[in-house]
Design a protein around this ligand. Structure first.
Ligand SMILES: [Zn+2]
Ligand SMILES: [Zn+2]
Length: 150
């Protein structure tokens, strides 16, 4: 889809600029990983990112992926989703808190197309007096594909 392509191209350039401004080295492997992160909206784990990167750079080590993810976390350019029973997953397309839909069978994670998180955060802040700095909102269920297979 053209709009999606434009958005991921812009996001890729944003990520490159962010690391460049921070004075970080942009190796070809790192640039390729940024492109995967800017394009991939399926919330991959570090090992899934490594598998994708290995296709392009067979000699890449998992450390390249972990180091780059840590850099991006430091500059708030990737959202890390931790799970107690599964690998951490990463969203490089939207690095800010937003709701997620998690399939309990195939572990697919998508961003639901709803616009309620901001309202919810505002309400919680008003009612509690807290200065909200972050939030985590996950919905668990069976994705349409898994439902059809049930
Ligand atoms: Zn599923
Ligand atoms: Zn997401």
């Amino acid at each position: 889809m053209p709009t999606g392509t434009v958005r991921s191209e812009e996001r890729f350039e944003e990520l490159v600029a962010r690391l460049k401004d921070g004075g970080y080295r942009l190796t070809p492997q790192r640039v390729a990983l940024l492109r995967i992160l800017a394009t991939e909206d399926g919330h991959p784990s570090a090992s899934q990112l490594y598998d994708q990167l290995k296709v392009l750079f067979p000699t890449t080590s998992p450390a390249t992926v972990y180091k780059t993810l840590n850099l991006l976390k430091d500059v708030d350019e990737v959202l890390e989703l931790g799970f107690s029973d599964d690998d951490n997953r990463y969203d490089g397309t939207k690095p800010y808190p937003h709701p997620h839909l998690v399939c309990i069978r195939c572990r697919k994670i998508v961003d639901p197309d709803v616009d309620m998180a901001d309202t919810l955060v505002r309400q919680v802040a008003e009612q509690s007096g807290y200065d909200i700095v972050s939030h985590r909102l996950d919905f668990f269920g069976l994705c349409p594909e898994c439902r059809n297979r049930a």
